[in-house]
Design a protein around this ligand. Structure first.
Ligand code: HBI
Ligand code: FE
Length: 287
């Protein structure tokens, strides 16, 4: 039984239906997407795919190729067949932003929540909360990558302790500066793997080509201390040497002492370089 949604989450829940289930999952209801929605998806997909070849990392390109989602809004169960075989992940449809603890629990069990609704025409270039294009086009291709697949499960499992220690914001920064806005070196290039970047045509180009923005080497503690903006281009990007580095640097790292040391300290402002830090230089200009 689906009930019309009344409650709003921190950013307002736009799902047509409330969570019919306790875990906030709903049916994708693929039949309910209109021809106009599928056409809007095709335009979004075409615009972003044009950038993927030059800006996205190899893993993203390979994952996207396995999803075959150029013709319209994809059926989640089609993607789940390929995804399940590759890394044991599957997509669950949700009506929008869901509570942190529920989100963590899904990730801890290799279920990725994907919002089922598509943005309106007037939101084509920017929307406040994730829609099916951000979640599916931005995040799902990377779930085929073994390092990302393992990291997201670990991230989900780390949620409860961070919450109990009053350090949720510090943990969420790791997700933000990697899964949402992460860059990775590939050969001699910088490439995008973050969903928040790759689902935005303007930020995809900015994050790689802008010579002025601050780019720093991936450092878990530095990331956990660094604040971020949710409604503008990032002022700092962190760069992995490789995707496996995400797991290598985090497995075995006890976050407890880091939480205790820094959870009450003010966040480092995004865009600020600390004394002694060596920003990553691109195009010969100071990054
Ligand atoms: N819910 N649907 C959805 N998608 C998210 O990315 C998401 C969420 N709830 C909580 C959340 N992200 C973050 O606050 C956690 O990373 C802490
Ligand atoms: Fe996201």
């Amino acid at each position: 039984m689906k009930t019309p949604c009344t409650q709003t989450s921190k950013s307002g829940l736009r799902g047509e239906y409330c969570a019919a289930a306790a875990d906030y999952t709903v049916g994708q209801d693929w039949q309910s997407y209109s021809p106009e929605m599928h056409e809007r998806w095709r335009r979004l997909h075409a615009r972003q795919s044009a950038l993927v070849e030059s800006y996205a990392c190899r893993s993203f390109r390979e994952g996207l190729a396995r999803l075959d989602c150029a013709r319209g809004i994809p059926r989640f169960e089609d993607a789940n067949r390929a995804l399940g075989v590759a890394t044991g992940w599957r997509i669950v449809a949700v009506p929008g932003f869901i509570p942190d603890d529920v989100f963590f629990d899904h990730l801890a069990h290799r279920r990725f929540p994907v919002t089922r609704w598509l943005r309106e025409e007037q939101e084509l270039d920017y929307l406040v909360e994730p829609d099916v294009f951000h979640d599916f086009f931005g995040h799902v291709p990377m779930l085929f990558d073994p390092a990302i697949a393992d990291f997201l499960e670990l991230y989900g499992k780390a949620g409860a302790r961070a919450t109990a220690m009053g350090a949720l914001e510090m943990l969420a920064r790791i997700y933000w500066y990697t899964i949402e806005f992460g860059l990775v070196r590939e050969d001699d290039d910088l490439r995008v793997f973050g969903a928040g970047i790759i689902s935005s045509s303007s930020e995809t180009v900015f994050s790689i080509d802008d010579p002025q923005v601050l780019r720093l080497p991936f450092d878990p503690v530095r990331i956990m201390r660094t604040g971020y903006m949710i409604d503008a281009f990032q002022k700092t990007y962190f760069v992995l040497e490789s995707l496996p580095q995400l797991i290598e640097r985090l497995v075995g790292l006890d976050f407890g002492p880091i939480y205790e040391k820094w959870r009450h300290a003010p966040a480092l402002p995004a865009g600020a370089c600390l004394p002694g830090e060596a920003p990553i230089i691109i195009h010969g200009a100071p990054a």
